[in-house]
Design a protein around this ligand. Structure first.
Ligand code: EPU
Length: 319
C-alpha cells in the first residue's frame, strides 16, 4: 500500500517486529505499524486500510495476544500517543469533590491507551471503589473493554458507563454501556475501535479499597505464573466450570510442544520457554483442546487473541 506509507509517514512505519510488543515474546512483523496522535489520524488510518482492503488490528500491551510467526500482512495500530493515554477524574476537581456523597459516582474519562493497572492503583489512592477486581490484569483500557476482561472478582463491564469508538467507516461515535453489548469475555463492538471510555466508580473508604485490591493481587500472585512469558489464561471458562481445573484434571500440567509448556502452577496458562515459536503454542493449544474434549466432552474456547494470516482478513481486533 504505497499511499498509506508515503502520505502518513509521520506516524506509520514498515516491518515492525511484533514479538517485542507481546508478553509471549513471539510472532513475526507487522507490514505497517501506525501510531496515530489523535482520533482524526486514527480515523484516517481506518479509512485507508479499508480502501486498500488491508486487515487492521489494534495492539494494546500484547498481554493477551499470540501473533503468528508469519506476522500480520496488514496494519497494526498502537494507541500510545498522549491523546489516547489521557485520564481525567471528576474527583480531582475541588468543587466536585466537596459536593460528593457516598452514593455519588466518580467519573473517570480515559483514552483507549490508558494503562488499566495504573487506573486501578490511582482509583485505590483516591478511595474510589469498583476497579479493584481488575488488579494485576495487564492491559490498555481499549483492550480490556474490547474483551470484557476480568476474573473471579469482577469484570470491566461492571464499571463502564460509555465507550467512544471509531467505526469501520472511520466515523467517531459514543456508545452507551448497553450498546457495547458486554457478555462473558465478549462485546458486540464488531469492527469498531475503542478510542476511550468513561468509567463510573464509587467513593469508598481508601483503606477498604486498598485491602480489597491487596487481596486480589495476593490471589493472583499465589495462583498464577506471573514471572514467565505467557498471555494469561489461554481459554475461557466453560459455563459453570473452570478451564484450568479441566486441563489440570486431564493431567496436562507440564505437557510441552517445543518450547511451549502448560504451566505447572496454573494449567490455563501456556508459558513460552527458550526457543518457543508461535506454532509451538498453537500446536499445544490443539493438543489441550483435543484432550479435554475426549476426556470431558467440553470444547474449550480461546480467551487469547490469535493473529494468524488466514484469520487476519478484514476483521478489526483489539488485544
Ligand atoms: N484450578 C485447578 N488447577 C489449575 C488451575 C485452577 O484445579 O491448574 C482450579 C482452582 O483451584 C479453582 C478453579 O480451578 O478451584 C478456578 O481457578 P482460579 O481461581 O485460578 O480462576 P480461573 O477461573 O482459572 C479466572 C480468570 C483469570 C483471573 C482469575 C482471578 C478466566 C478464564 N480466568 O481464573 O483471568 O486472573 O479468575 O480473578 O476467566 C486472564 O484473563 O488471563 C486470567 C488469568
Amino acid at each position: 500500500m504505497p499511499d498509506l506509507m508515503s502520505e502518513l509517514c509521520s506516524y506509520v512505519s514498515a516491518n515492525e517486529p511484533l514479538s517485542k510488543h507481546t508478553w509471549f515474546g513471539l510472532g513475526g512483523a507487522a507490514r505497517w505499524y501506525a501510531r496515530p496522535k489523535s482520533v482524526d489520524e486514527l480515523a484516517e488510518v481506518v479509512r485507508r486500510a479499508r480502501r486498500e482492503r488491508l486487515p487492521l488490528k489494534v495492539l494494546g500491551f500484547g498481554a493477551n495476544l499470540l501473533v503468528s510467526d508469519d506476522g500480520v500482512d496488514g496494519v497494526v495500530v498502537r494507541l500510545d500517543a498522549p491523546a489516547f493515554r489521557k485520564v481525567r477524574w471528576s474527583i480531582d476537581d475541588d468543587a466536585t469533590r466537596s459536593r460528593l456523597h457516598v452514593d455519588d459516582e466518580v467519573l473517570v474519562a480515559a483514552g483507549a491507551g490508558a494503562d488499566v493497572n495504573k487506573l486501578v492503583i490511582d482509583a485505590a489512592r483516591r478511595g474510589c471503589g469498583g476497579l479493584e477486581c481488575m488488579g494485576g490484569i495487564p492491559g490498555t483500557l481499549g483492550g480490556i473493554i474490547r474483551m470484557n476482561a476480568g476474573g473471579r472478582f469482577g469484570q470491566i463491564a461492571d464499571v463502564v458507563r460509555d465507550v467512544t469508538v471509531v467505526d469501520g467507516e472511520g466515523a467517531v461515535r459514543t456508545l452507551s454501556r448497553d450498546e457495547v453489548g458486554f457478555s462473558y469475555r465478549r462485546t458486540r463492538l464488531g469492527d469498531a475501535i475503542v478510542g476511550g471510555a468513561t468509567l463510573a466508580l464509587r467513593p469508598d473508604d481508601p483503606d477498604r479499597v486498598r485491602d480489597r485490591l491487596l487481596e486480589v493481587w495476593r490471589y493472583k500472585k499465589r495462583s498464577q505464573p506471573l514471572a514467565e512469558y505467557s498471555a494469561g489464561c489461554v481459554f475461557k471458562n466453560p459455563p459453570g466450570g473452570s478451564a484450568g481445573q479441566l486441563i489440570d484434571q486431564a493431567g496436562l500440567k507440564g505437557a510441552a510442544v517445543g518450547g511451549a509448556h502448560v504451566s505447572e502452577q496454573h494449567a490455563n496458562f501456556i508459558v513460552a520457554k527458550e526457543g518457543a515459536t508461535a506454532r509451538d503454542v498453537m500446536t499445544l493449544i490443539g493438543l489441550i483442546r483435543r484432550t479435554v474434549a475426549d476426556r470431558f466432552g467440553v470444547e474449550l474456547e480461546l480467551e487469547i487473541e490469535v493473529w494468524e494470516p488466514s484469520r487476519a482478513r478484514s476483521d478489526l481486533v483489539i488485544s
